[in-house]
Ligand binder design. Structure first.
Ligand code: SAH
Length: 394
């Protein structure tokens, strides 16, 4: 195995089991490894720290597979997959669903590997050189251990570019997935398009939050801003919301929100679908003095990296200011950020600033997180990306 030797005093994160070696921590490499090749990482004195995958073009030069000098082979990947499945044992039944995140990258000891299950179909994203190089072993282990019928790849996320990898999309094992997979979540049904949908097809990370929003929805008029395929609004309408207004910039997403409304046999009259820019549409509601009893704000990532943080904070403040202003007295705000670069404290500060400018008293009923199948490792705080606040607005 080729050896990556760290600079003096740069071994601490790895000893604390954080899985990333940044380029600035690398002193020498014994011979140039191939992209994704398994390398031995050693401290400045040559003592082995573990083995990881080499990424020649990324700032994260090595992602650790393990923190000892054991083998990284088919049996290793089968073992990691088995652990990931064991962590989630019984979750699908408890959550009343057939759709679950099965592998959550670093948090499952598999950097670069994300796998979601939608019924009989597995959908994977392989975002790093190491994940790409070991794809066959991972797919084989997942197909065998889950008994799934299909493994479809959706490695078309931005991150592949930093790794020097082109996007890769298509069937990896089994039969072609259906055009629309219908998953269930409690009594709700959602259609998932694994070929064209966002990420692997659906926002499974919002599962708990859909339930918590639904619990607040009875009798309220709901604004589902950034609705995508309608998840929050459908859950709210099923729970007895008086009416739901879905807003998204994407016509196809709204088409699927409409289809999901029909799939749940919800009255068309109770749902409204508006295609437009949320920032403009919410201003238009404000100008017409239109009000809602519950506002959901689930925008796309405003900060892709730390560099965009200040701009993103302003974006979160602006959107929350608009949302808060639209709430009736005693209304409920469910507001989210999926920017990993933004800390929960920064997000809370943005909502606080918005409440202050709106002149409203806002109380937090709950702090929200990604659903527990999107596990977070204590040693990898970067894995917490989705945070939200469920608030009462006076
Ligand atoms: N709430 C959704 C996920 C939202 S993803 C769910 O639970 O499934 C973010 C969505 O915001 C995408 O559907 C995207 O089309 C939409 N979007 C992004 N920018 C927008 C804008 N400025 N105005 C309206 N929609 C926008």
């Amino acid at each position: 195995m080729k050896i990556v030797t760290l600079k003096p005093r740069h071994d601490r994160p790895i000893r604390l089991r954080h899985p990333w070696v940044f380029s600035g921590a690398v002193a020498t490499v014994s011979r140039e490894p191939a992209p994704g090749e398994t390398v031995l990482v050693a401290d400045a004195e040559g003592a082995p720290l573990g083995v990881g995958a080499w990424s020649p073009t990324s700032q994260i030069r090595v992602r650790m597979w393990r923190f000892d000098d054991g083998a990284v082979d088919e049996a290793f990947f089968a073992g990691r997959v088995a652990k990931a499945l064991a962590v989630r044992a019984g979750m699908a039944e408890r959550f009343g669903t057939d759709a679950l995140r099965l592998v959550n990258a670093e948090a499952d000891g598999l950097p670069g590997v994300t796998v979601d299950r939608y019924g009989e179909t597995l959908v994977g994203q392989f975002s790093t050189a190491g994940a790409e190089r070991n794809k066959a072993a991972l797919v084989a282990a997942l197909m065998e251990q889950t008994g799934a019928r299909t493994f479809y790849e959706r490695s078309d996320m931005d991150g592949r570019g930093y790794e020097g990898l082109p996007p890769a999309v298509g069937l990896l094992a089994g039969e072609e997935p259906p055009e629309r997979i219908v998953i269930h979540e409690g009594e709700a049904r959602f259609g998932v398009d694994v070929r064209g949908g966002h990420k692997t097809g659906f926002y499974l990370d919002q599962r708990d939050n859909r339930r918590l929003v639904a619990e607040e929805a009875r009798g309220r008029t709901v604004l589902n801003a950034f609705c995508y395929t309608g998840g929050f609004g459908v859950a709210a309408q099923l729970a007895g919301a008086a009416a739901v207004t879905h807003v998204d910039i994407s016509g196809p997403a709204l088409g699927q929100a409409r289809a999901n409304t029909a799939l749940n046999a919800l009255p068309e009259a109770g749902a409204e679908f508006i295609q437009g820019n949320v920032f403009q549409e919410l201003r238009a509601f404000r100008d017409r003095a239109r009000r809602f009893g519950l506002v959901v704000l689930d925008p796309p990532k405003f900060a892709a990296s730390k560099r965009e943080l200040e701009k993103a904070k302003r974006g979160y403040k602006d959107i929350n200011l608009l949302g808060i202003k639209l709430l009736e007295p005693g209304g409920i705000l469910a507001t989210f950020s999926c920017s990993g670069a933004l800390s929960p404290a920064d997000f809370r500060a943005a909502v606080t600033a918005a409440a202050r400018d709106a002149g409203r008293t806002v109380r937090i009923l709950r702090e929200l997180r990604q659903a527990p199948d999107h596990v977070e490792a204590l040693t990898f705080p970067e894995g917490l990306y989705l945070k939200g606040l469920l608030c009462h607005v006076e």
